[in-house]
Design a binder for this molecule. Sequence first.
Ligand SMILES: CC(C)(COP(=O)(O)OP(=O)(O)OC[C@H]1O[C@@H](n2cnc3c(N)ncnc32)[C@H](O)[C@@H]1OP(=O)(O)O)[C@@H](O)C(=O)NCCC(=O)NCCS
Length: 151
Amino acid sequence: MLIRHADAADLPFILSMAPRLAGVAQLPWRNDAEIMRFQRDFMTFCLSVPGSQSLLACAADGTRLGFIHVEPAVDSMSSETCGYVSLLAVTEDAEGKGLASALMAAAEDWAKAQGYGLLCLDVFASNERGRAFYARQGYAAETLRLVKPLS
Ligand SMILES: CC(C)(COP(=O)(O)OP(=O)(O)OC[C@H]1O[C@@H](n2cnc3c(N)ncnc32)[C@H](O)[C@@H]1OP(=O)(O)O)[C@@H](O)C(=O)NCCC(=O)NCCS
């Protein structure tokens, strides 16, 4: 497995992971189309953030297996610039082999190289596998957004 910087040729692969990222949002008060539209818009926005970076995990033969997207952000508590992991996904077949862990390590290297003292991220509350993964990576919840549909 190899981790490399993404280029324009990787964009179709990155965008093809939108259904996978949207699929972990089990939010009964949202419909599938709304979640998918949010995911696509969010990805388009993240990929255009100045100073942001996508890193690809590939097999030895070049097959794309996963990616992470990192970007500069402002830490709301300290007001300092920090790193934000906006997107992380691994193909279903490549799960459980340490790819996401390796991508997170690469994200940390990127953040340290920028001089940041903090990395943060958002995760759908319903994404138990993702939340357990991040907890093992040393991430702790700082705020939780609660919603109540009004009908
Ligand atoms: C969450 C996600 C990114 C994890 O990716 P992954 O590559 O499977 O993660 P890792 O392999 O690094 O770690 C996951 C598991 O593999 C195990 N593992 C790590 N290295 C391993 C290795 N070399 N060999 C075998 N297993 C390994 C880990 O112990 C961990 O165990 P678990 O089954 O208890 O979770 C992936 O499931 C995914 O893309 N999900 C959909 C999108 C998503 O949820 N994104 C994150 C939230 S935005």
